[in-house]
Every structure is written in C-alpha cells, then in structure tokens.
Design a protein around this ligand. Structure first.
Ligand code: FAD
Length: 339
C-alpha cells in the first residue's frame, strides 16, 4: 500500500499555495486508493508546519529541518528527496510547477528513472490496458494536460516505473481543508545519510526578492482584454471597467504579444491560472490555451462582435457587439445603478 508524497515548498516559513492545492488533490487521490497522504518538507524553522498541513488531510509530515535546506538549493534537496523516495517507495510524488519544482522535480525523476509529466491540469486515478501487450493495470495516476500546442488533452500514464511523478501549476487545483483533518504525524528525515559534501558546493551569498506588483491570481473580479481591443490606447477601456467594478485586469497572449499590456497579466496555459467569481472577456476569441487558464471562473461574461466566438460556449452571458460601444455602456450603467 504505497503512499502519496507531496513536496511542500516554503519561503520564510510560509507554505506556498500550490503545495496546499496539491495536498487537497492528494487527499482525494489517497482516499480513492486507500493509502496515506504524506507531505515532505525540507527547510528551516518549520515548527508549526505539521499542524497546518494536517488541516488539509495530511497523515504524515516528513521533515528535514536544518539551515542547510533554506534557502532552497537544488543539490541537497534532490539528494534528500531521492533518498527518501528510495526508502519509502511512494507510488505517486507531486510537485508545484514553480521555479523550485521545475528545477528539481526533473532531477529527482531523472535520478530515479521514473518519468515526470509537467504542468498537469488534472489528476485522476484509473485503469489502463496496454494496447500492444493487452496487459491490464489497475489504479494508475492519470496525468492529464494539454499537448501539441493545446490541440489535444492528453492522458499520460506511467505503468512500469515508480513513483508516478507530476507537476501542477499554482492555481490549477482547488485549495480546501479536508472534511476530516489528518493526523499530521511528524517523522524526521534522517537526511545526513543522503547528503554528500559534493551536494553542498553551491553557496548562496545574497538573495533579492522582488514583490509581484501585479497579482491577478487573487482577484475576485477579473476584466480581461484580448486582441479584439484593437490597440494599447483602447486597452485602457479594460482598465476603466476593472476600476469601476473594483477588479483586476487580465489579458490574452495575443494582447500581450501586441504590446497592449504586461505579461504578468496574461491568463492561460503559458500565463496565470485564475478562478475569479466574475471573468469578463473583452475581445477574446477563447482559444483553448486561454480558456485552460480561466474556465474554472464562477461566472464568465464575454463581449465579442462574433456571435460564433468559441468563448461564448463557456460564457454564462455572451454580449454580441463592439467592445468600444459595450464597455463604455457597462461603465455608465453600472455607475448609474450602483449610486
Ligand atoms: P484573437 O484570437 O485574435 O481573438 C480576438 C477576438 O476579438 C475575436 O474573437 C474577435 O471576434 C474579437 N473582436 C475583434 N474586434 C472586436 C471588437 N471591436 N469588439 C468585440 N470583439 C472584437 N493565449 C492566451 O491567451 N494565454 C496563454 O497562456 C496562451 N498560451 C499559448 C501557448 C501555446 C503553446 C500556444 C501555441 C498558444 C498560446 N496562446 C495563449 C495563444 C492562443 O492560441 C490564442 O492565439 C490567443 O489566446 C488569442 O488571443 P485573443 O483571443 O485575444 O485574439
């Protein structure tokens, strides 16, 4: 009954949202498989972390708490994780697709010859029959993600090697306390037996942390503009509507590429994944690479002059018309009616 590992990323003692999102998904998968959900934390000053992780249904918290592990360095993290995986033999290991996860999850999978699916958008458990040999496999991890430029949604399985490893980007999965908290039993990792002197050759001399000035992920109202906004000047209308509604501004990649706005506002497969209460798509066609980053929004309103635009298929309300006429009207009537 091999368990599920979730790598927990921390910065200054705070757990990254993506790790809590992975625990939420991990809890669901562990319950489905009838196995334990185990968190792995490598860092320093991690005193209260187990209690927090337990709320997400974590049964076991593997901890390596030493100044050696904070800030993150690739080699000691890789060495400890590989050692622990070889010792505990989890069937699944999940990582955030963050700069840290993208840096060391592939190293871990390469060292263990296990394979890794990056940037999964869904994880499920299911059976598989090998079409060549006819061999049947039960309860594999379905690692689901867009492939071939988003033209298909691929389900990737790894029948023969363990652990089945996947990364998931921040915001893709829900973050929710478990119905029943886990035991959060702390187990110290005997890391000294895994780390060699050669893993410590990189010394961190200085770090500079830049605060993200634009954060569209946390916005409950997002007004997003696409190529249909026509120009950088016209894109200001998107800001005007967002200001009136108290929301943030998002964008499609075509709008970013055309220089209408900054990349930090890009929603989608190669941008940010958002799930606001209200998403207003202005002059956005709704290609899958865009909708992959916003189709979990609670309500979608589209404004598009093409009634057949794909975005209308997922919109709760589709307004057919020119953004240059519709957006000023929305601003005017919202102001009138909210006085
Ligand atoms: P268009 O597709 O050009 O659509 C413009 C829309 O505006 C049309 O529907 C048109 O009818 C409408 N319109 C035009 N004028 C007006 C008007 N006056 N009033 C009202 N409506 C009007 N895209 C992303 O957004 N995010 C990503 O993360 C992303 N990642 C990608 C990754 C890969 C590997 C690839 C290959 C592509 C990616 N793309 C991404 C690009 C994506 O495929 C589309 O090209 C892009 O989303 C299109 O942006 P758009 O809808 O703004 O532009």
């Amino acid at each position: 009954m091999n368990n599920i590992f979730v790598y927990i990323e921390t910065e200054g003692g705070k757990v990254a949202d993506v790790s809590l999102e992975l625990l939420t998904k991990g809890r669901e998968l562990a319950t489905r498989l009838g196995v334990k959900l185990e968190a792995v934390v490598l860092g320093h000053k991690l005193a209260d972390i187990a209690a927090e992780l337990a709320k997400y249904g974590t049964d076991t918290v593997w901890v390596a708490d030493d100044e050696l592990f904070a800030p993150f360095r690739t080699l000691p993290h890789t060495a400890v994780l590989c050692g622990l995986i070889e010792q505990e033999k989890p069937q699944i290991a999940l990582f955030g697709a963050t700069p840290v996860g993208r840096d060391f999850a592939p190293r871990v999978s390469s060292a263990l010859h296990s394979g890794l699916t990056a940037d999964c958008t869904q994880l499920e458990i299911g059976d598989h029959k090998d079409p060549k040999t006819g061999k049947e496999y039960k309860d594999l991890l379905y690692q689901i993600r867009p492939a071939f430029g988003g033209n298909i949604i691929a389900t990737i399985v790894n029948p023969d090697h363990r652990p089945q490893m996947a990364t998931v980007r921040e915001g893709v999965m829900r973050k929710e306390y478990a119905a029943k908290p886990g035991a959060g039993e702390v187990k110290p990792i005997d890391w000294k037996k895994f780390v060699k002197d050669t893993d410590l050759v990189v010394k961190i001399i200085d770090r500079q942390i830049e605060e993200r000035k634009i954060d569209i992920k946390g916005a409950s109202i997002l007004v997003a503009g696409g190529y249909g906004m026509g120009s950088k000047e016209n894109f200001k209308l998107v800001h005007d509507l967002a200001d009136v509604l108290g929301g943030e501004v998002g964008a499609s990649r075509a709008a970013v590429d055309a220089g209408f706005t900054e990349h930090a506002r890009q929603v989608g497969q190669t941008g940010v994944t958002v799930r606001p209460k209200l998403y207003i798509a202005c002059g956005i066609s709704g290609q899958i690479q865009h909708t992959a980053g916003m189709d979990q929004s609670s309500m979608v309103i589209s404004i598009n002059n093409d009634p057949e635009a794909p975005i209308n298929k997922i919109a709760d309300y589709a307004i057919t018309g020119d953004v240059n006429e519709i957006i000023p009207k929305m601003i005017k009537y919202y102001k009138q009616n909210s006085k």
